[in-house]
Design a protein around this ligand. Sequence first.
Ligand SMILES: C=C(O[C@@H]1C=C(C(=O)O)C=C[C@H]1O)C(=O)O
Length: 414
Amino acid sequence: MTPTSETHISTQVPQLEFFWKTAISEGLPVALWRLPKSTEKQLLIDLSGRTSQTKIDLEELPSGFAMSPFIGESLFLKGDLYYHFDQDNQLVENNIHPSSEQAQEFFRKVQLTYDEQHEDTPISSANFTVNYTKNFESPTESSLYNEITYAEMVSDAIDAIQRGDMQKVVLSRTKQITLPENFEVVEAFNKLCVAYPNAFVSLVYLPQEKALWLGATPETLISMDKEGIFRTMSLAGTQSAIGPNGEKYHPAEIRWASKEIEEQAFVSRYIIECFKKIRLREYYEVGPKTVQAGNLMHLRTDYSVNTHEVNFPQLGTVMIELLHPTSAVCGMPKEPALRYIAENELHSREYYSGFLGPVNIHDESHLFVNLRTMKIQGNQATLFAGGGITEDSNPVKEWYETEMKSQTLLRVIL
Ligand SMILES: C=C(O[C@@H]1C=C(C(=O)O)C=C[C@H]1O)C(=O)O
């Protein structure tokens, strides 16, 4: 299918960035993503101009994109317009309502954007950023955390664990940076797609919040494919994938200490507890094995269920409710860990460690934990990173772990 045959607008095929820029300049909510191990880039636009809050019910919702905070109601971007692009950013498919009037009108606007740029009257990127930069007040604090204050926070958490308040808590921090003048967000997205073929790479624009969220996460919360296979994973434990002299390690070379093995086992146990709550016994479990996520290595166990075999088509929806937030981003047991996070972190997590991803697109839903992520407002970016704290954590090492996690994005996009 080509856009030309569907829309009869032009023989030229505009590229991804023109669709993106047109939607942004119209002030519309947009989600752009690339699934792990795929080359397709998918773009979805909600023409209502607003995102609505809703429960992520895979049985009920139309095609769209879910964006859920760590705590609170999920947002849902309706897939009024949907396009997919190849790895060279060329339009391949325009297939939810390709012939609707709105789709045709939007395509004409994209064409205009494209033509203007190609008539030597380039529309500068500043024009496109105006919608999400205006009315934005720059954050005043330069940095909420440093090595010393974060290490103290971790020490306090270790004390709380030793007192028996909980077994594990995931603490996180922010890192504030000013983006370079020539920073282009779609280019950054494209770079992340190339650098991290196994990650879920996403870029979401929320006009109500005048914010963009850009990320490359290694962690699936739940996925339901068109064959009815449900998947989730237990991901935890972190080490650098790069040696002291810049050499790249192979996953098979990595050795894990008992601290990381235990930390990841908490997450696996948590997932199995969720299965038990719904009396689901027929699940497949593979792992734990070492997996690479860009500059890092993690321990991962994969779980899958054939929902046809167990006659449980709503498993995806039920598991979103049960799993989120998992022990990989919150802690064990969940309630005291949640309380500890609320009382001790100095920032609001917002969408970091929430979940996001496409819902009911081509009969599939893929939701990921929002990690290795940053919020962009104007020329300010806030990176979010955390790590699981157990009795055996080393406070200074935990700080470096959050630095390495921030580098997953920074080393590629800057
Ligand atoms: C919390 C994050 O990552 C999670 C925590 C990990 C850990 O504690 O080792 C590893 C992978 C993720 O499940 C993050 O990236 O911010």
